[in-house]
Ligand binder design. Structure first.
Ligand SMILES: [Zn+2]
Length: 73
């Protein structure tokens, strides 16, 4: 049986740094940035502006095509 991961229930929108559509990119990181505030950003921008993955840092979400919902990965 597949583990039920936590879904992302808010609108996804665009990356605040490069304005790319996160749905089209099919994954994003909800994480803290080196500037302080949290952001939902694309993978390349997370590399530049993020502080990593883990508790208090960030969480990776991936699009599940079957139900068009992002889940924690
Ligand atoms: Zn970006």
């Amino acid at each position: 049986m597949r583990t039920q991961n936590t879904p992302w229930l808010s609108p996804v929108g665009t990356c605040p740094f490069c304005t790319r559509d996160l749905v089209k990119l099919e994954q994003f990181v909800d994480g803290r940035t080196s500037h302080g505030p949290w952001a939902t950003m694309c993978m390349p921008c997370h590399k530049t502006h993020g502080v990593g993955i883990g508790q208090g840092k960030g969480q990776h979400y991936k699009l599940n095509e079957e139900d068009a919902t992002f889940y924690k990965s």
